[in-house]
Ligand binder design. Structure first.
Ligand SMILES: Cc1ncc(COP(=O)(O)O)c(C=O)c1O
Length: 393
């Protein structure tokens, strides 16, 4: 370890709260690669947990950020800025034509969905409860923790915020059994991300839509991880032909600049009125300029076609690996959101990849999660698969 790294790690240890497990100190990124302080290169199949979907430091996004940084960074929402309406229109045009509130993180966008559901539900006769899913993940604020089905994240932070109940993912009967006179909404990830890369079945999402229509509930999609092309469409729900009443997005919306949003169907656009919801930083000109560049790149550079083609290539290669290793029990994929079940070998494989210069994520207790850049090339897929094969052997 060089002395500069030692000095920085000591400083980190002294001054940064120790809430993460982490090691390598990254200093530079370009496309699908990251470099650490000591000059070592890594092929990145994590992309900041599906944030830098266009690759690190995408030239078009970097140019948009630099240009906007020299013009106007922040005004607060006491004033209009010229980037928010443009980005809101891009979001609406690429989804269900709704109206948008801008925030800064996935948890914050989901908080907005929860507030929308409560305010709407309360106006319908005291309905404020939300059904979410076991094994879901919706964020680390108190409300989104209460909505999160993975109970380990709530440990030590009780009392849980009331008003949430958990059903079983992909089990419509279990959702039906949870509906009460107080239910206002159902909140669901179209693909369980942190919970193990588990896509919803078409019957499940269609059934949720039907249940919501029957019982006058809001159907809320958390597209924080699945949005912005990760699954091969702009939003994962578009694979299913089932529209939500509102949805959240974050992560890749700014390709690394903190930027999030929730979008509501036009008929719900008046639920949140002036003064009922706000954010100092939400939708700064800087963040929105990045978001606009992200949409323009997705539209103009054939990125989704590449993501789908590379996703198929991954699946082919991973299926060959599965045939070699009996401990690989399942491969699940939607676009470039990929889960490989490897049982109790998950940590060893992740560490083996890291040692060999490949960054992969895990999900749930037994899944290697791959979320490479949507711009990845076939050569880079092969490079990563070769490393993965070594680590798995
Ligand atoms: C589906 C989902 N929702 C919400 C969040 C929380 O997002 P953030 O960490 O930006 O608050 C995440 C983060 O991983 C997520 O995957």
């Amino acid at each position: 370890m060089n002395s500069e790294l030692q000095r920085l790690l000591a400083m980190q240890n002294d001054h940064v709260l120790n809430t993460y497990t982490r090691d390598t100190m990254m200093v530079r990124g370009q496309g699908s690669y990251l470099w650490d302080l000591e000059g070592r290169r890594y092929l990145d199949f994590a992309m900041g947990i599906s944030v830098c979907n266009l690759g690190h430091c995408h030239p078009r996004v970097t140019a948009a950020i630099c240009e906007q940084a020299g013009k106007l960074v922040h005004t607060s929402n006491l004033f209009y800025n010229d980037k928010q309406p443009r980005l809101a229109k891009l979001i609406a045009d690429h989804s269900f034509g709704g109206k948008v509130f801008f925030a800064n993180s996935g948890a914050e966008a989901n908080e907005g969905l929860i507030k929308l559901a409560r305010r709407w539900g309360n106006s319908q006769g005291g309905r404020s409860d939300i059904i979410t899913m076991e094994n879901s993940f919706h964020g680390r604020t108190l409300a989104t923790l209460a909505a999160t089905g993975r109970g380990k994240y709530r440990a030590g932070f009780q009392p849980d915020m009331p008003g949430f109940d958990f059903a079983t993912y992909n089990d419509l009967d279990s959702v039906k059994a949870k509906i009460t006179a107080r239910t206002a909404a159902i909140l669901v990830e179209p693909v369980l991300g942190e919970g193990g890369v588990i896509p919803a079945t078409p019957q499940f999402l269609a059934g949720l839509r039907q249940l919501c229509d029957q019982h006058n509930l809001l159907l809320l999609f958390d597209e924080v991880q699945t949005g912005m092309g990760r699954t091969g469409k702009f939003f994962a729900y578009q694979h299913y032909g089932v529209a939500p009443d509102a949805m959240s997005m974050a992560k890749a919306l700014g390709n690394g600049i903190p930027l999030a949003a929730f979008e509501v169907q036009p008929r719900l656009a008046d639920v949140l009125t002036p003064g009922t919801h706000a954010s100092t930083f939400g939708g700064t000109p800087l963040a929105c300029a990045a978001g606009i560049a992200v949409f323009e790149t997705l539209d103009q550079d054939n990125v989704l076609a590449n993501a789908n083609a590379m996703g198929e290539w991954f699946e082919r290669e991973l299926t060959a690996l599965k045939a070699k290793h009996g401990y690989v029990t399942d491969i699940r994929r939607l676009g470039l959101m990929i889960g490989v079940d490897v049982g109790d070998k998950v940590k060893a494989i992740q560490a083996g990849c890291r040692e060999r210069g490949l960054l992969v994520l895990t999900a749930g207790e037994q899944t290697i999660r791959l979320m490479p850049a949507l711009t990845i090339t076939r050569e880079q897929v092969q490079e990563g698969i070769a490393i993965l094969a070594e680590a798995m052997a």
